[in-house]
Design a protein around this ligand. Structure first.
Ligand code: GLC
Ligand code: GLC
Length: 803
């Protein structure tokens, strides 16, 4: 069952009813000011950091869910309704939500009045703009009372939700014309404020929540709205809001447009005030002046459209598979941008108050983003590397506002360092910008410790070499990619973090997965060394890689698949000899991608993977699921069978298997797996899948779970980047490399061919993939040997590949 449809022409997903199984959200903003917005106009905004600079309030775990985001009320006679259904919940005569790239549109209608609400954060603007157009579609004059309201967050989202003995005393606002300024804590150390404004004279306002809502009421039925009035309340402590009221008269057929603006301003300390405790509003005035008219708003929407057209034109495909094209050309790349911006910080499932930017997560996000805006990728790589320690280990997370490592979680995730190699090599292959390797990059953000970025990569690789266990395999530390495989943790205390507690530092538990990573990324590092004339170092690394491969074949191969790990007592995990958790997905993906054991092991491992882990929605993480808790395994066994790391389809690593199938040249298997969880392909199962059909979710409950097929944790997942890598570099086979663009498609038999357009180092490659007797590649009509199209200065290069 579907709750909407894709409009590929407009690059929108059109939701046709408000009662989607879960809020289906979108992201607004490209840098700095960000908003989350659901299909009923819920959500919140923040500036740079969802924890430390939260602009509007969001209630997690709220009932009903998603109430109280952007609150619009249209009062028409006895009826009060909201254009996006919430918060008024009055059944609408028409409803539509169109989520587009960086904007969302809500079309509602009731009793002969229609509302079109378009919400966006214009590029390079620290403000969300909400354009509300009301039209009288009846043949009678309409007198409407209209409200727009938001609830302020007292900036630090954690304090805001916990420290009430202070919070209820500090709320402050200022008023000026049709603008409410939120200035809590501005009197002391903050140098930022927010505002909510409308570009028309208001008939009244409220800034104190409890006055506006009235006692025993929520956002569905504010007292002020019920009485079609405003109490002109001025918040002093408690919960400051901005509720603006307008009175409109619309003749039959007439329409009027209002621009509501939610902005954020930062000031130099010495320019904060214009008089005692009166905030300097000049920057706000400037922002407002830039979005005073519809023409300005339309221009911003147009600029946003152009921005996305340009970004998305860097990689496009045209094929017989409409859903494939839709994922590749629009939604997968869009999600890559969102994961790049948010890491795992702010979604409807990531509260924005916990994890900031993850080291391993952000490195992987770059793999799907680097072709979009390489300059931002470059900056990010240096930021990430700056939280590394001198011994090559790294902080696991950092806070985007401060860019400092997060001490609560610390370090010790032994896969982390290698991901830095992965993303830097991807950046270099994409751009050829070797100057990044010289970028002075500190350790642990300490000034004076800067070394060239290359030295960070070297230490990353070296960290694995110097941290091996009894079988010559990498020590796992607190966990590797699988955060829940905590082999040194042995926790028996409820609530203790599995990732940070370790009651038994065995110095023994090993990861076959990291071994696979080392073979893959160690080899990439060696190739990089070759590029910059470090032949000796390249050879040394290759020796280490060969040794690791040997160790994997000796101790990591189980006969039919790769093992997962060795526990603290040197017992294998992910082996036929285990009762449960006999096989895990991760090493099958990475060891096969790395080519360990060649095609023979690869094909065997993948066949076992499909046979034992395959389900309708992809490949489950492990099987059989753990039926009870084992302290020597950690969090993985804490989840009920079929959920999360205990045997769900953890979507993030499914593309590894897709890529592994490509590695052994099985295009049918690769594509089959791709289509089992690519959102557009499962849109018609939305009532089972439940999360948005236009983006990947982290996890889909496995066969062992009660709710088999139900997805959770939409949007912020490494699935976005890896799926894009799998489809663009594996299935479609277009891979940037140092010497040129590799064109090596691995299509399913069902596809006769396709057209790919790829912008790479300033050249547009127009690639035709077709089937025919004369196999091979031609470049501008000339046959070439191999599958690397050499670099060229020409603006256009035509490539034909015949399969
Ligand atoms: C979450 C984490 C990611 C981890 C994965 C598997 O998605 O963000 O870092 O690799 O879970 O545990
Ligand atoms: C839990 C989750 C895992 C996530 C981790 C982040 O362990 O199961 O997916 O990566 O928390 O801390």
């Amino acid at each position: 069952m579907k709750y909407g449809f894709f409009d590929d022409q407009a690059r929108e997903y059109v939701i046709t009813r408000p009662d989607t199984p879960l809020p289906w959200i979108n992201y607004l903003g490209s840098d700095g000011f960000f908003s989350l917005i659901s299909n009923t106009c819920g959500g919140y905004s923040f500036y740079r950091d969802a924890k430390l600079r939260r602009i509007t309030r969001f209630r997690y775990n709220n009932v009903p869910a998603d109430d109280g985001g952007r609150c619009f009320y249209i009062c028409d006679g006895d009826t009060v309704w909201s254009p996006a259904f919430l918060p008024a919940r009055t059944p609408l005569d028409r409803y539509r939500c169109r989520h587009g790239l960086g904007y969302s549109v809500f079309e509602g209608a009731k009793n002969g009045v229609s509302a079109a609400l378009t919400v966006t954060v214009p590029i390079d603007t620290s403000m969300e703009v909400q354009r509300l157009t009301l039209k009288n579609e009846s043949d009678q004059e309409k007198k409407l009372t209209v409200y727009g309201a938001v609830e302020w967050c007292l900036w630090n989202a954690v304090d805001d939700a916990t420290n009430f003995q202070r919070n209820w005393n500090i709320g402050e606002v200022e008023l000026e014309g049709s603008t409410v300024y939120h200035k809590t804590e501005y009197r002391e150390r903050r140098d930022h404020y927010a505002f909510y404004s409308v570009n028309a004279p208001i008939a009244g306002f409220d800034t104190d929540r409890d006055s506006f809502l009235g006692q025993f009421r929520g956002w569905r039925e504010p007292l002020a709205v019920e009485q079609r009035t405003s109490f002109c309340s001025v918040a002093s402590g408690w919960a400051p809001i901005a509720a603006l009221r307008l009175e409109l008269t619309l003749a039959p057929g007439e329409e009027k447009t209002l621009l509501f603006r939610l902005g954020y301003v930062e000031l130099p300390r010495e320019e904060k005030f214009t008089a005692l405790n009166v905030i300097n509003k000049a920057p706000a005035h400037k922002l407002l002046a830039a979005f005073e008219t519809e023409a300005q708003f339309n221009a911003a929407l147009e600029a946003l459209r152009t921005y996305w057209t340009d970004l998305l034109s860097r990689f496009t495909v045209r094929s017989s598979e409409e859903k494939l094209d839709r994922m590749v050309n629009i939604w997968n790349q869009y999600q890559c941008m969102v994961t790049f911006n948010m890491s795992r910080s702010a979604s409807y499932y990531e509260s924005g108050t916990g994890r900031g930017m993850g080291f391993r997560d952000s490195c992987q996000d770059l793999l799907g983003f680097v072709h979009l805006i390489p300059e931002r990728a470059r900056e990010r790589i240096v930021d990430i590397a700056s939280i590394q320690f001198a011994d090559g280990s790294t902080y696991h997370q950092y806070q985007p506002l401060t860019k400092r490592g997060n001490a609560d979680v610390g370090s010790g995730f032994n896969d982390d360092p290698l991901w830095l190699v992965a993303c830097t090599c991807a950046y270099l292959r994409e751009t050829g910008d070797f100057s990044i390797l010289d970028a002075p990059t500190p350790f642990n953000n300490e000034a004076g410790t800067e070394v060239p970025l290359l030295e960070h990569l070297r230490r990353s690789v070296n960290y694995t070499v110097t941290h091996k266990g009894p079988h010559g395999l990498p020590l796992i530390g607190r966990a590797d990619w699988n955060d829940c495989l905590n082999l040194n943790c042995f926790s028996l205390t409820p609530g203790e973090s599995f990732q940070t507690c370790s009651n038994f530092e065995s110095g023994k538990a090993e990861s076959v997965f990291i071994a696979g990573m080392f073979v893959k990324y160690g080899t990439e590092y060696a190739a990089l060394c070759d590029q910059i004339g470090l032949g000796t170092e390249a050879a040394e690394i290759r020796t280490q890689v060969a040794e690791m491969e040997k160790a994997v074949l000796a101790h990591g191969w189980d006969g039919e698949w790769f093992r997962r790990a060795y526990d603290a007592f040197e017992r294998p995990i992910g082996s036929k000899d285990n009762e449960e958790g006999k096989i895990f997905i991760e090493p099958q993906g990475f060891c096969v991608m790395a080519g360990i054991g060649g095609e023979a092991c690869g094909k065997k491992a993948l066949a076992s993977t499909e046979r034992l882990l395959g389900n309708d929605f992809g490949i489950e993480l492990l099987s059989p699921c753990y039926s009870e808790y084992h302290d020597y395994l950690g969090e993985i066994s804490s989840y009920p069978p079929g959920y999360k790391e205990n045997g769900s389809v953890f979507c993030h690593n499914n593309p590894w298997i897709t890529l592994a199938w490509c590695k052994v040249r099985d295009g049918n298997a690769a594509f089959d797996l791709y289509t089992r969880n690519a959102p557009a392909y499962i849109e018609d199962k939305s009532e089972i899948h439940r999360t948005e059909p236009y983006c990947y979710s982290q996890t889909i409950a496995g066969r062992a779970a009660q709710n088999y097929g139900e997805a959770k944790n939409a949007w912020l997942t490494g699935t976005a980047a890896w799926s894009f890598v799998a489809v663009s570099q594996g299935i479609l086979g277009v891979r940037p490399d140092y010497a040129g663009l590799v064109v090596d498609p691995c299509l399913p038999d069902s596809m006769a061919g396709c057209q790919i357009s790829r912008l790479f180092r300033g050249t547009r490659y127009e690639i035709t993939v077709r089937r025919g007797a004369e196999k091979g590649l031609t470049v501008d009509g000339q046959p070439i040997a191999g599958n690397t199209v050499p670099l060229t200065d020409a603006p256009l290069c035509r490539v034909t590949v015949t399969l």
